[in-house]
Design a protein around this ligand. Structure first.
Ligand code: ADP
Ligand code: ASP
Ligand code: MG
Length: 425
């Protein structure tokens, strides 16, 4: 059995969905679990609906207006695919979201986020599944929220692996068709509440399926020919990397290479399941294979030297943490800051220790920074001293500074061997 993952770009409109159907059909009678994300930029649109919902107090007019717009966009795609004969199941998902918004139950904001934003995948998978069924690619639609169990950390549910493994295998056994269509990005709590796994998390969902079902391999279909040495939208000279070991791929995603979600590799590595990243529009090209070291990775015939790469991150915030009593930092202070970072799901992309302050570069997500401040407030003061930082990580390559960084100032720089990191603000 193989696992496929199709992201937003691969289901962004009716012709993209038809292309997905052609790819699936080219695999003949193969058993496939197909993990699908929300269509195009739907998740961003749903985030805007969530923000409007939180802002609007009693009436949710703007949220409902934005929802109507999103619904029309989906109905356009569906009308083209189904020639006007729309499946009720799609309309039901929109009706359900509309009544959730209209009911205006004010609950935990992050809980509401997951209830609203999860609809993108619910709707896209119903459209894809129905289209395949009507075109003789008979499939089972599987509700992933009953299979991937997470804790109640809304917006980044942490997977309960034991429970997920049992439930997922049982649910898969009940699917009698060779093709199973399911949602990326979503999970569910033991109490039946919907959660999400973090933005761009569908790659991770696909890896969870591959791990729990002992898949032969996982293929992630993308709008790029595979993993490149850099994001081709930002660095035009980016080169395709044919093979990577799990460790190399983890190193790239750790530094933030957006092509694969950073949690994807570990479960595959644990069961030595190969990951193939390939183009959904150029089916002749084999893409990038990520597999164990022994299968020959790296530049020089089987040696595992890390190939050159560049990662650029933006939208980062520099935090300055000081002690309330103005004493210098001890090792125990650093330990408690890192524990608090872990518990509040903040990730440090870069850090610098000064005598009386600790600087940490994190994603600028206000709610996470607020939780960190709350946890640490007894002994520490946390300030956001810059909220529009960039981080450029370059491994083993000489580069000309790209235009989008030309107007920024270099702030900090660290060079360790072939790896160089520069913070801009
Ligand atoms: P999807 O959500 O459709 O699966 P993503 O947009 O998340 O796809 O990922 C594909 C995009 O990742 C590409 O369009 C490319 O701009 C970007 N990207 C960033 N870094 C890399 C890299 N090293 N190699 C290839 N693509 C990259
Ligand atoms: N739809 C989600 C997002 O845009 C998950 C994903 O695409 O991987 O973040
Ligand atoms: Mg994505």
């Amino acid at each position: 059995m193989k696992v496929f993952k199709f992201g937003g770009a691969s289901v962004k409109d009716a012709s993209a969905v038809k292309n997905v159907s052609n790819i699936i059909s080219s695999f003949g009678n193969e058993q496939l679990v197909v993990v699908v994300s929300a269509m195009g930029k739907t998740t961003n649109a749903l985030e805007e609906i969530w923000k409007a919902f939180l802002k609007e107090g009693k009436d949710s007019l703007e949220a409902l207006r934005l929802l109507e717009k999103l619904k029309l966009e989906h109905l356009d795609i569906a009308s083209e695919l189904f020639e006007g004969n729309l499946p009720d199941s799609i309309l039901e998902e929109f009706a359900h979201l509309r009544s959730f918004i209209a009911s205006r139950k004010v609950l935990n904001e992050q809980f509401i986020y997951d209830q609203i934003v999860s609809k993108g995948e619910m709707i896209s998978t119903k459209i894809v599944s129905e289209y395949l069924n009507r075109n003789e690619l008979l499939n089972n639609w599987l509700d992933v929220r009953d299979c991937i169990f997470t804790n109640r950390n809304f917006r980044e549910g942490i997977v309960d692996w034991d429970r997920t493994e049992k439930q997922l295998s049982a649910a898969y056994k009940n699917c009698e068709k060779d093709i199973v269509i399911t949602q990326g990005f979503l999970g569910g709590t033991a109490e039946g509440m919907t959660t999400t796994l973090g933005r761009e998390g569908s790659d991770y969902s696909a890896a969870i399926f591959a791990y729990c079902l002992n898949a032969e391999d996982l293929t992630i279909w993308k709008d790029v020919p595979g993993v490149l040495s850099a994001d081709p939208r930002k660095f035009t000279r980016a080169q395709l990397i044919n093979k990577l070991s799990y460790q190399q791929a983890m190193q790239m995603t750790y530094h933030g290479a957006k092509v694969i979600h950073h949690k994807t590799i570990k479960p595959l590595f644990e069961k030595a399941i190969p990951l193939i990243v390939r183009s959904f529009s150029d089916l002749e090209k084999p893409g990038t294979v990520i597999c164990p070291k022994s299968k020959g990775t790296g530049r020089k015939n089987g040696n595992s030297e890390m190939p050159p790469f560049i990662v650029h991150l933006n939208g980062l915030a520099m935090l300055r943490i000081t002690r309330k009593n103005a004493l210098p930092f001890s090792e125990n202070d650093l330990a408690s800051i890192y524990v608090a970072m872990g518990n509040t799901y903040n990730h440090a992309h870069f850090s610098l220790r000064e005598a009386d302050a600790f600087l940490l570069l994190v994603d600028y997500q206000e709610f996470r920074i607020q939780s960190l401040s709350q946890v640490l407030e007894e002994h520490f003061v946390i300030q956001v001293i810059e909220r529009d930082c960039d981080l450029l990580t370059v491994h083993d390559q000489d580069i000309v500074l790209p235009d989008f960084l030309a107007s920024k100032r270099q702030w900090m720089n660290l060079k360790t061997g072939k790896l160089e990191q520069t913070v801009f603000y």
